[in-house]
Design a protein around this ligand. Sequence first.
Ligand SMILES: *Cc1c(COP(=O)(O)O)cnc(C)c1O
Length: 460
Amino acid sequence: MRYYSTRNRGETFSFAEAAIAGLAPDGGLFIPEEIPQYPAAVKTSLGTMDFCDIAFETIKLYVKDDIPGAVLADIVHSAYPFGAPLVAVDSMLALELFHGPTAAFKDFGARFMARVFAYIRRGEDKPLRILVATSGDTGGAVADGFFDVPGIFVTVLYPKGRVTPLQEKQIAGLGKNICALAVEGSFDDCQRLVKAALADNDLRKKTALSSANSINICRLIPQASYYTAAAGRALAGITDPDGDATPRAGGKGGQSGGGNQPAGKGAAGCGPVTLCVPSGNFGNLTAGLYAMKMGAPVKQFIAATNVNKTVPDYLDSGEYLERITQATISNAMDVGAPSNFERMAAHFSWEQMRQAILGVWVPDEDTREAIKRVYSEEGYFLDPHSAVAWKGIEKLKAENKTGEGPVGILCTAHPAKFSEVVEPLIGAVPVPASLERAMDRKVNSKTIPPETAALLEELR
Ligand SMILES: *Cc1c(COP(=O)(O)O)cnc(C)c1O
């Protein structure tokens, strides 16, 4: 499989080249030259396959020229000991993507990427320096994924005072090969500094540099796996028992015990699933579109955003108008100019996107209402991002826009990660063990002004 830039189909790259480069030399995003198909034997056994086996079958098709099968199998098993349970919450399916160490779905991309980088760079003696700008969740996932990986150093830039205390501990509490810089400015300043450093020729001569932001194809591909896993289970009418960190109040209809369980009566149903994806930069939804194209039994996607509704508006009108970002309570989705849109548009026309995706947006007051109601009626704790997805489905149902078949939401973060928003609405949220460990860490970061020279100084 070769890769090319969204802006130039003339030159192709290997997976390894695309992964290490991150962004194409012309500023475009890397895309595979074609979206591969699952073999028939895989498609017919999805409902009963283990998550790691589905991840292996998915990723293999994209990386087989660069990563031998036995190595990929090791990578997948070491990256994903936690899986992606599909649990029933009344008649809704919840695809829980927060069972990893930083309690958000970004663990799926970051943990794979760290292992792939270590493999690709085996035998190199020049260390690799990875720069990443974060508004909160990405930094923690990347820091955790790359922690203690030999030969790789990570510098995370985050806006000082604008991430939650827990996020800051996830970013700046690890130490060793992870260096945290608190930038006196905004997320946009952090991004600007990273771009400037990556383009600095003096620095490039001395150090091998890379970046780990969410447009890296290496983070996107593994995310297709959980869509396929969830769609396979929904088709077969199978849901999983609650995981260790499933945020469900005791005695409220939770499923416990081991083994697969058939969906409760009227709960999931069987058939191709409609999945609602709470979206910001649209990497997650793009991975879903890949899975669908590969043959995963997804009926349709719903792209749910907060008030930063650039893509729902585009689906409506066919006109793409970037907006100025507005702050909301689902802040990991506060993106007015989603960077993965360029990738979606390179693969699909407006008509094709409208066939595959329904757009919807949800204001903060409705998000809060959904968190409260789902807790009081179902005993299930939603984080603000997952609540946007829940409410988004309800809105479209009320307008008769969703059809038959099971429906599900992607739960992109554990509610305890956003306790500042959730607890005033519904009280104490159960905290998973991984977050408890992170809360015990001490922040060790250095504050820098929002100037390129200050970052370059740190990197020398
Ligand atoms: C990053 C993030 C999102 C948005 O995902 P995109 O791939 O950028 O659309 C949604 N929810 C949470 C919790 C996130 O951290």
